[in-house]
Ligand binder design. Sequence first.
Ligand code: DGY
Length: 323
Amino acid sequence: MSDKPAVLVARKVFPEVVQRLAQHFEVEDNPEDHIHSPEELTARLQGKAGAFVTLSERIDAALLDAHPQLRAVCNMAVGYNNIDVAACSARGVLVSNTPDVLTETTADFGFALMMATARRITESERFLREGRWDRWAYDMFAGSDIHGATLGILGMGRIGQGIARRGALGFGMKVVYHNRSRLPAEQEAPLGARYVDKETLLRESDHLVVVVPYAPATHHSIGAAELARMKPTATLTNIARGGVVDDAALAQALREGRIAAAGLDVFEGEPRVHPALLALRNVVLTPHIASATVATRRAMADLAADNLIAALTGGVPPTPVNP
Ligand code: DGY
């Protein structure tokens, strides 16, 4: 029997990263990429000292109680709402995430999704592919401008600031934002970013991008009441988490033309998508891919592995959530 600690790699990841983990641990991995039910996950964690997980694994108090030997849960994501961090801390289990390495890639995608939404790119592509394009027309797929428009950002963390930078410096957008706390003046100044209350953010934004982490306090931060305060010409982009936006209320607002369009990379209950959203033409839908470039996903996997190795070999995990 090996004296290496045993770990679970819960989803399929880069083989090179699994090989690196295997230098330190007895690794049980998941090359067939099976999505585990809570019962299956509990069974597979038998005897494991650590877990390399993704947002598809829920780590809660019941699972932790079934595995008192578990010492580290390393998430391959910056968001960690799939993990009950308080329950982990109470049991001395280290939790880590993967900040920074995905900031610019995710900001690129958030900006691209906002542009695709405002300029109706996927809707017009569908029209062309369906063989319906037979003439030029002055109002065909006329959308709204990005340059010079007001970019609203809900949640001005690292990714929010990356989107603000792209808007202000690349496209001459006016930036307004709302966040738990105001940025220091030296961070606001180069972006010309104006800190506003949520009401003003909703009222002034031409393009509102939601980048706030999911927590009970941010559940349905954008619902029917908030959508009613937005401009009828506005777009909404969500790259944060499903649940921060009330998808049913959003579908109704889009259907009734209370806002112009939405771009969504995340959904309540994903991978299920609210059927009312699927039925709408003025919404761009992508399958939670904001951080999905090969280089960034590799950097995320490497960082999650670094955390797991450090946590179980007496090192200092680089990005703990509950140090
Ligand atoms: C994150 O890192 O939180 C992303 O949503 C996962 O790709």
